[in-house]
Design a protein around this ligand. Structure first.
Ligand code: 5GP
Length: 266
């Protein structure tokens, strides 16, 4: 599929125009960033794994009637998606306390929450994605009340579905981030808007812990230097049944070049 012009470049993905109106091509990069861009690296193979894992999760959601922007995966690094207007809020669902929740409120890491907690953060790199209340969303018109009620229900439905999906492969879904967008379509002379899950759902946007050992299988491997990120993401893909055992996406290690002695023929 022929890519059109670049529409947007984010930290981990690039969006290109697609040949058909109302669609776009989402390209997964190997770039990893953390702490609001203070920590950066390129991790070979990350984009391929996230493309595959996110395709698996979003298409499973599409199948159970939770609409997402995913149309189909096109190749190793790209997906065809519906072009949506992103709502400038990160919707964070938490089942176990860790990360910014533990830091902010002093809740002990690993505390299982009595029921899932939904938080809203305003999407702004320059402000560090600050936590906001429902009232901020209405006051500043980030999203209307009806849409926010719909999104709230979708967040908990996604959590129920994903918790089950990961539990079956012995992984705890600790927390995750969702983004939503508005798709506008002309239908019999008027514009109708639909709210869809956008962006990606992958180990970049979820915290995933091994159910027995609590070993981290997500982006915290990079954020906190806990181990090889690719091995963690591969483990998630392997357990989801979307990575063959013999698959070989691993960081390429270059050794120092050494001089080779060539014997001259006497
Ligand atoms: P925390 O607020 O504890 O840092 O993150 C909560 C959850 O949301 C984690 O699963 C984390 O990966 C995800 N999350 C929050 N903000 C972002 C973000 O800006 N980018 C990505 N990739 N994930 C985020």
């Amino acid at each position: 599929m022929k890519k059109g012009k670049k529409l947007y470049e984010g930290k981990a993905k690039i969006l290109y125009a697609a040949p058909e109106k109302g669609m776009a091509i989402q390209h997964f990069k190997d770039d990893a960033t953390a702490f609001n861009n203070l920590k950066k690296s390129t991790i070979e193979g990350k984009g391929i794994l996230n493309n595959r894992i996110s395709e698996h999760i979003l298409s499973s959601l599409n199948q159970i009637g939770i609409e997402t922007h995913l149309i189909k995966r096109i190749n190793m690094r790209e997906q065809l998606i519906k072009l949506v207007e992103i709502i400038p809020i990160e919707f964070i669902v938490r089942n176990i306390a860790t990360g910014s929740l533990s830091k902010r409120l002093g809740i002990e890491e690993g505390t299982v929450l009595e029921k899932p907690l939904l938080e809203f953060c305003y999407k702004s790199d320059s402000l560090g994605d600050p936590l906001i209340a429902r009232e901020h969303i209405y006051t500043f018109n980030y999203c209307d009340e009806k849409t926010l009620d719909f999104i709230t229900k979708q967040c908990f439905r996604v959590n129920d579905f994903l918790q089950g999906m990961f539990k079956a492969i012995e992984i705890k879904l600790v927390d995750f981030k969702l983004e939503f967008g508005r798709e506008r379509k002309e239908e019999s002379g008027s514009t109708v808007a639909k709210t869809l899950i956008a962006d990606e759902i992958s180990p970049d946007t979820c915290r995933l812990w091994d159910a027995t050992t609590d070993k981290k299988l997500d982006k915290d491997l990079f954020r906190k230097d806990l181990g090889n990120l690719i091995e963690g993401y591969q483990e998630v893909a392997r357990r989801l049944g979307i990575l063959h055992e013999q698959s070989n996406i691993s960081p390429i290690k270059f050794t120092k070049p050494t001089a080779v002695k060539i014997k001259k023929n006497k």
